[in-house]
Design a protein around this ligand. Structure first.
Ligand code: DQA
Length: 153
């Protein structure tokens, strides 16, 4: 089965208690559980991870390249300023893998500093503003791209 890494950056482990008016009341554990459920439906082996550590997130992207795993990435605040994460994300897409940038909220409807994503230009695409559904939609995109690439093999 195709393995997909769903990687989450800083403060996303606090989902449920963190600004529920912005991020909803579902917890990070709920996201992990939903990821497994969506994966089962889509025929993907979904592994959801979270870290507050930029270096760890970079190393997970290196791991994705080496293992040839597609990635769904919520870079959280790193979205807006981490060139290290951008360079790691660029390695994923330049290796021919899919990397979907996701956000629970719609950063463009929020503070000005959130209007810039340093990841967007090196991602395959971005889905933002749909809560947990942003992740579900991203996994659907990954599953359909996997199916298309299998057909052309
Ligand atoms: C976020 C949006 C970012 O601006 C913010 O720093 C986050 C979460 C989102 O999922 O909406 O931590 O990536």
């Amino acid at each position: 089965m195709t393995r997909v890494l769903v990687l989450n950056g800083p403060n996303l482990g606090r989902l449920g208690s963190r600004e529920p008016d912005v991020y909803g009341s579902a917890s990070y554990a709920d996201l992990v559980e939903a990821g497994a459920r969506w994966g089962a439906v889509l025929g993907l082996e979904v592994e959801v991870r979270q870290t507050d550590d930029e270096a760890e997130l970079v190393s997970w992207l290196h791991e994705a390249v080496d293992a040839r795993s597609d990635v769904v990435l919520n870079p959280a605040a790193f979205t807006h300023y981490s060139y290290a994460l951008r360079d790691a994300a660029a390695q994923v897409t330049s290796a021919g893998l899919t990397l979907v940038e996701v956000h629970l909220s719609n950063p463009y409807a929020r503070e000005a500093f959130r209007h810039t994503s340093v990841i967007g230009a090196v991602a395959t695409g971005t889905i933002a503003g749909f809560g947990f559904s942003s992740y579900e939609l991203a996994l659907r995109v990954v599953a359909s791209r996997v199916a298309v690439s299998r057909e052309s093999d």
